[in-house]
Design a binder for this molecule. Structure first.
Ligand code: DQA
Length: 166
């Protein structure tokens, strides 16, 4: 059975065709696959990016992957997603790493863009040290995915492709 008027169906299709999503990973996430694999799993960041890029492109969307170990650089990446015409994005998926627990600058940058964003943490931060149990981003995020391993990135992408939080 098909749902929705032809007009609605058409609008949904064209939205996914223009969807540009930024995936940004913070400090130490360049070491995925090597870093504490019992916590963060065996997939490398390249594996994750390639998988998400191919899922996005199969839905007519574009995914751009960035990673930085430097707080200011991440702020600039986020700013460009909204204010640099050449790098303009429609939504952000962010694993801020440890900066999620410490960085008001990242929070301010995400708030400044007013872009929908999903915060992802690979591990269940609530089952870990107390200092990982606060995030400066979560209360302004459209969604938060925690503890699903590296599948969490794919879950975030799928949610955005389905129009959740947009
Ligand atoms: C993390 C959790 C953070 O506490 C930690 O500093 C990271 C990774 C995660 O994906 O589980 O670097 O964001």
């Amino acid at each position: 059975m098909r749902y929705g008027s032809p007009r609605t169906r058409c609008r949904r299709k064209s939205r996914s065709l223009i969807l540009k999503i930024l995936l940004v990973n913070g400090p130490n996430l360049n070491l995925l696959g090597h870093r504490e694999p019992e916590i963060y799993g065996a997939e490398t960041l390249d594996d994750i990016c390639n998988r998400l890029i191919s899922i996005a492109s199969s839905k007519g969307a574009t995914l751009v992957c960035k990673q930085s170990n430097h707080e200011g650089e991440i702020v600039e990446i986020i700013q460009k997603a909204r204010f640099d015409a050449a790098n303009r994005m429609d939504a952000i998926i962010i694993n801020p790493g440890a900066y999620g627990h410490t960085s008001i600058a990242l929070r301010d940058a995400l708030a400044a863009t007013a872009l929908p964003f999903i915060e992802v943490h690979i591990s269940n931060v609530y089952a870990r040290e107390k200092y990982r149990q606060h995030s400066y981003l979560s209360d302004i995020a459209n969604g938060v995915i925690i503890g699903l391993g590296t599948y969490g990135y794919q879950a975030a992408l799928q949610a955005l492709l389905d129009g959740k939080g947009l």
